[in-house]
Write a protein that binds this ligand. Sequence first.
Ligand SMILES: [Zn+2]
Length: 177
Amino acid sequence: MRCPLCHADDTRVIETRTNDDQGTIRRRRECQECRRRFTTYERCEEPQLFVIKKDGRRELFDREKLLLGITRACEKRPVSRDAIEGVVYDIERALRDSLRDEVPSTQIGDLVMRRIRDLDEVAYVRFASVYKEFQDLISFLHEIERLLERARRERLAEEQQTLFDPQESDTAKIPIR
Ligand SMILES: [Zn+2]
């Protein structure tokens, strides 16, 4: 493995860890030339998965590209790197488990939208604005309205649950004189 920092060929593995969840092996390496350390990941090569773009072009599925898109949407938002990696991992898994060799890009976009909505609303709107390529401000606002409406319904449902929870209502009971 060549050192990514000084490009020397003489590097050494100093630590190896397997991540069984994601089927990857992580290796910590040290360059014998500049002594700096770096990390490499190994994963098994999976069968090719193609993405069919809106204009009909076929492109090899690229998890890095997906990761980058979601990371951009989550910039400066309270979403951890792990959470983003988790979304990408789940989506790739779902696509590969479906055992198809090609999948429309719109389907991937929908999967991301669904997951990202639960992570962060701002990130969701950002992603939606890029992915849905809103042609005008009106359609963009409609999407935000839909999002707010959904949040409102969820809050209502939560409140009602609390209201009908017998334990909760017992403690909230006002004494009658
Ligand atoms: Zn080096």
